[in-house]
Design a protein around this ligand. Structure first.
Ligand code: SF4
Length: 96
């Protein structure tokens, strides 16, 4: 199955030119079901772990803010968003 490119792929950004996820499928970083999310999240985080622009990506995700998907080696929950893209009431585990 082929997915359209992620916003990661089409945004004009110098840092994203070196992103480790540039050749990865979109649904790896934006899973469409909870079942898929459980399988894909560890794989996506492994890709982020090898990414040379991880810090820039995380800074972007926090500043924008990006409410969904994997960015900068973090899940949306770790960035403080619930599954609907709302702020978490209990941000336990949230990154500072
Ligand atoms: S940190 Fe992860 S989501 Fe961000 S550009 Fe790198 S591989 Fe992609």
């Amino acid at each position: 199955m082929t997915f359209p490119p992620t916003p990661h792929h089409i945004w004009p950004s110098r840092w994203f030119d070196r992103a480790a996820c540039a050749s990865q499928p979109r649904d790896l970083f934006f899973p469409q079901s909870r079942t898929h999310e459980r399988r894909s999240t560890p794989v996506a985080l492994d890709v982020c772990g090898q990414c040379p622009v991880r810090d820039a990506c995380l800074s972007h995700a926090l500043a924008t803010p990006e409410r969904f998907g994997i960015w900068g080696g973090t899940t949306a929950a770790q960035r403080g968003w619930d599954k609907y893209g709302r702020p978490q009431r209990n941000p336990y585990g949230r990154i500072p």
